[in-house]
Design a protein around this ligand. Sequence first.
Ligand code: COA
Length: 374
Amino acid sequence: MVEGSKGLAGVAVADTALCYIDGEAGRLFYRGYDIHPLAEKGSFAEALYLLWYGELPTTVELTVFEGLLARERRLPDPLADVLRRLPVDGTPMSALRTTVSVLGELDADAGDNSREANLRKAGRLVAMLPVAVAANHRLRLGEAPVAPDPDLGLAADFLRMLTGEAPEDMAAAALDTSLLLYLEHGFNASTFACRVVASTLADMHAALTAGVAALSGPLHGGANEHAMRMLEEIGDVDEVGDYLDRELAAGRKIMGFGHRVYRTEDPRSTHLREMSKRLGESTGDATWYELSRAVESEMRDRKGLYCNVDFYCATVYRHLGIPLDLFTPLFALGRTGGWAAHVMEQHADNRLIRPRANYTGAIDRPYVLIDRRG
Ligand code: COA
């Protein structure tokens, strides 16, 4: 028997200097910087720079960095061809997984695990994946993709590529902050998947293909979409109690609640709750916010559980007019930067990640020839 923990709960499998989570106190740090001022005053690109280079950028450094990312924001023709051929009833997450894999085929640095090559590949992925997600969405609706505009910020351009219209500043800022909040979160399942793949010395695109796959499940990235579906199903504040009674009695998990690490408020949800409230106020429709508050309060009373990052993100994205099936791809677009940082950290000081399992089957069973098996 090997010592272990189901689901690797509480087990530290590697060192990292990227992110620190204090689950008891509900605190989150990117490279030692508290998430609260980063989310309030910083941007996604700034946090990305911090994660990849270890320091906050100066104004000049950030401008150069954003320029590099903007120049890479494009849809390579072979990828556009592949996206056109995907079945329209496929999911955006499987299209995204395919996209990362295809970009690996096209990347001039494929197979090169040096830090310089990894930084180039990471930049291309962060820049190109939003273009691909928006293009795939439009193609599935039978519409032509909208070309990127490198003069816009990444979040604003994503919203524009989705709808064909420039978004309001408030909407672009809200999306940018959500990407910052999704950027990095320690050894969650998808990041761990990336690190396992990178630890075999497979390259950036191979690792991130696994990351997208791991994120596609409802217990991880899918939760924001399912939280929104749940709110739609509940529909009214007066129905919250009955809905939760029914679901909890049936032993079903309430999406957007609970966390493996946090035992108190997820600090990311503090910002998303506020954004959800402000967006509701700006449209004069606080319905989703009030319904969310009611679910949050009832979950505290009934189960002592706090909401996680995905719960209020659901209504933020709803206010931004983002289609439900793009909620999880957006989580992936933010997390791509974190996955890439982890691949670089793994490649810089590698040891193959290879845990053990407790074997629970039989041993030494006699082999019986096939014609004597009854
Ligand atoms: N709804 C209802 N009950 C929940 C719950 C939820 N969302 N999350 C946890 N619980 C309950 C469990 O049923 C368990 O109760 P029990 O002790 O009576 O069996 C207890 O809380 C501990 O939960 P557990 O499943 O052991 O926690 P975990 O660390 O394995 O799981 C999650 C963490 C995130 C997988 C889990 O909370 C979950 O499935 N949440 C919903 C999906 C989600 O929002 N995912 C996004 C995460 S950022």
